[in-house]
Design a protein around this ligand. Structure first.
Ligand SMILES: C[S@@+](CC[C@H](N)C(=O)[O-])C[C@H]1O[C@@H](n2cnc3c(N)ncnc32)[C@H](O)[C@@H]1O
Length: 240
């Protein structure tokens, strides 16, 4: 059984995830930085550094949300970053941000599903995702489509929550994620399920070697995993 945000609703995971992010879109950036004490910004920067040597010109940012990872990718001086997401609410917030920062000529945000990307194969120099793959309805299908649109020799960089394995971080993180984060998330976002879904979905999601196994299954080579901040997050990379 896959973990869904609204357990009493009959819709599938994809529709529920899109509705949930539509609901919290206006508070998403604030909550992200507040709940992670700003560490999410450092994690995104570290993930983008994995592409420094590759100098990709055309980058696809999957599950772009409000576009923070796409903006971070501009450090690589690409010609263009295309961001896709299934939540129109998140994209609207992202478009406002691009306008304010005058980045509309560099970053294009489009409504799109990671499991049915509307791009030809071998198009992008790099395909990146931050905190998105955990929300896919069908993880293998999403990763396989990312592989399809990547150029041969191109790299994928995936940033996602993982589970700290050692005492005392494992226990401390578990307490924070289960009892503190959902309360703050609920209070600010007014969505009763979104920040309960977060720890539940992380718990159920494959991390470390298990995730690399799935990347390899869909075709990625030279896969690597780098853990961040005691294993709270991990960066996964793979080459087509
Ligand atoms: C936690 S947010 C991450 C946003 C952004 N990448 C960041 O780092 O802040 C997850 C995003 O994944 C999107 N998403 C989930 N499933 C998706 C899918 N199948 N295709 C495209 N986007 C998806 C959600 O709508 C949401 O905006």
């Amino acid at each position: 059984m896959s973990v869904v945000p609204y357990k009493d609703k009959k819709e599938g995971k994809k529709q529920q995830v899109a509705s949930m992010f539509d609901n919290i879109s206006k508070k998403y950036d604030l909550l992200n930085h507040l709940l992670s004490l700003g560490i999410d910004i450092i994690w995104r920067k570290k993930a983008i550094k994995m592409l420094q040597k590759d100098q990709p010109k055309l980058i696809l940012d999957i599950a772009t949300g409000t576009g923070d990872f796409a903006i971070e990718a501009l450090a690589l001086k690409p010609e263009k970053v295309i961001g896709v997401d299934i939540s129109e609410g998140m994209l609207q917030e992202g478009r406002k941000k691009m306008k304010q920062k005058k980045l509309e000529h560099l970053i294009e945000l489009q409504l799109g599903d990671s499991e049915k990307l509307l791009f030809q194969e071998n198009k992008f120099d790099a395909v990146i995702v931050s905190f998105g793959v955990r929300n896919f309805e069908n993880l293998e299908k999403g990763l396989a489509d990312m592989y399809r649109v990547l150029k041969p020799g191109g790299k994928t960089v995936i940033l996602e929550f993982s589970k700290p394995k050692k005492f005392p971080m494992k226990q401390g993180y578990s307490f924070y994620f289960k009892y503190i984060l959902p309360q703050i998330g609920r209070m600010i976002s007014k969505d009763h399920s979104a920040y309960t879904y977060l720890p539940e979905s992380v718990k159920a999601f494959p991390d470390g070697r298990d995730f690399l196994g799935i990347l390899e299954k869909v075709g990625f080579k030279q896969t690597q995993c780098k853990t961040l901040t005691f294993g709270i997050s991990s960066i996964y990379t793979g080459i087509k």
